[in-house]
Design a protein around this ligand. Structure first.
Ligand code: HEM
Length: 418
């Protein structure tokens, strides 16, 4: 998806198709969202097959939809690729559960992902990222978007307790779940790709747990993240194996499909805007604000979905009870009421209250880990390379759910002092 929008253009709001995959592969959704925020903050679309959804694009409305489970429930599914199908994991999978059940499970899982808990992994993660960057030092063409798909597994694989031999398969499967229409990841039809990948991922975690139990373990709170899941209690009861498999699946998915695209989208922007590259390189204290701006700018999780629990008034209109409601995070993060000069990528931006990690009870549980990974990645990248240039056409992911890239061929010139 194009991150720096082209010129403003006339938009016919009655004909806008937000599920048009070409819009994200070769088009330019930002000028459309700009018009929607200004003129149709609540937008209704009916797909050719009869499925329909309502879209909110303003910052405040996106926060309300994601944040208020009494008006907008997660229990019928939250991912737009499943629009219209009731979530089979409703009420079981953490992401598809409302409080109070959600709060119990999340609190227990989250103790291993707090900023303090992930701080202890900092040096391990730094070493992994330094190793990840090494091949680029050769000065040859390096496809950052392709390589970066593996980055979350390199970082989180050891923490989750997943052996290296399985990383590539899991990267492939998680990409299939989130971009089932992208030719890089598609296996047969879109529906088949979704079904296969979902099944294989859940089976992977289920088998992992079975293997642990067979080896005499029942998970220890201080083992890997998946061991920890086995020890989690929601209320009085431990999680069932099915719940562990589903929550392990969402941790894998959350980790794998977002961070790589924040990395590649930001590096492309730093290449296109050498003044921002130079600013960030000259001042390492800017790494935290660069990471936040990277998150806002790329908004890798482009949207999340909820279902209205009753007739809900929002954005100057009404969503009928049961209506699928898509909160466009990518648009909210460019809302001028929150972000001055929102289409400017600014590594020094202050007061950056972006919603790239969502808002409210389902706020990304992996945010501390993702933030640390991004800060370390940009620090190590800018320390090593004097400049980075494009060496071919970037290619964007064919997905209206994840804003990302599949190819970003670059050539990096190492700094003389290295
Ligand atoms: C740049 C990186 C990331 C971005 C942009 C991102 C984005 C998001 C967003 C927008 C949500 C809210 C979903 C909703 O409201 O329904 C979310 C939730 C979640 N994320 Fe992330 N995420 C990132 C990294 C991670 C990582 C590294 C992990 C795993 C360690 C992770 C695991 C999860 C999980 C399990 C949830 C569901 C939380 C819940 O339902 O309470 N994410 N993420």
């Amino acid at each position: 998806m194009r991150l720096a929008p082209g010129p403003a253009r006339a938009v016919d709001l009655d004909r806008v198709d937000l599920f048009d995959l070409d819009l994200y592969t070769s088009g330019d959704p930002h000028p459309i969202w700009d018009v929607m925020r200004a003129e149709a903050p609540l937008h209704h679309q009916v797909l050719p097959d009869g499925r329909e959804f309502w879209s909110v694009t303003r910052y405040d409305d996106v926060c309300r939809v994601l944040g208020d489970h009494r008006e907008f429930t997660s229990e019928r599914g939250t991912v737009v690729t499943h629009l219209g199908e009731d979530d089979v994991a409703a009420g079981t999978l953490m992401t598809s559960t409302d409080p109070p059940r959600h709060t119990q499970v999340r609190r227990a899982i989250g103790t291993r992902l707090t900023p303090r808990a992930v701080a202890s992994w900092e040096e391990t993660i730094r070493r992994s990222i330094v190793r990840f960057l090494e091949p680029a030092l050769d000065g040859g063409t390096w496809d950052l978007a392709e390589k970066a798909l593996r980055l979350p597994m390199i970082v989180a694989g050891p923490l989750m307790g997943i052996p290296e031999r399985d990383w590539d398969e899991l990267v492939q499967l998680t990409a299939m779940v989130t971009a089932p229409s992208d030719p890089h990841f598609q296996h047969g039809s879109r529906e088949a790709t979704l079904a296969i990948s979902h099944h294989e991922l859940v089976t992977y975690v289920r088998d992992w747990v079975k293997g642990r139990r067979a080896a005499g373990g029942d998970g220890t709170a201080d083992g890997s993240l998946l061991d920890h899941l086995m020890s989690v209690r929601a209320g009085d009861a431990p999680l069932t194996d099915e719940e562990i498999a589903l929550d392990g699946y969402s941790l894998l998915l959350g980790a794998n499909v977002t961070t790589p695209h924040t990395v590649s989208g930001t590096v492309l922007t730093l290449i296109e805007q050498p003044d921002q590259f130079a600013k960030a390189q000259a001042d390492p204290t800017l790494m935290p604000s660069l990471a936040e701006e990277a998150l806002r700018w790329t908004s890798a999780a482009c949207n999340f979905m909820r279902y209205a629990t009753g007739d809900i008034e929002i954005g100057g209109g009404t969503i009928p009870a049961g209506g699928a409601t898509v909160a466009w995070i990518g648009s909210a993060n460019r809302d001028a009421t929150q972000f001055p000069d929102p289409h400017r990528f600014d590594v020094t931006r202050r007061e950056n209250r972006h919603v790239a990690f969502g808002f409210g009870p389902h706020y990304c549980i992996g945010a501390p880990l993702a933030r640390m990974t991004l800060r370390i990645f940009f620090t190590e990248l800018l320390q090593r390379f004097e400049s980075i240039e494009l060496d071919g056409e970037p290619q964007h992911l064919r997905s209206y759910f994840i804003a990302g890239m599949t190819h970003l061929p670059v050539v990096a010139r190492r700094r003389k002092t290295l």
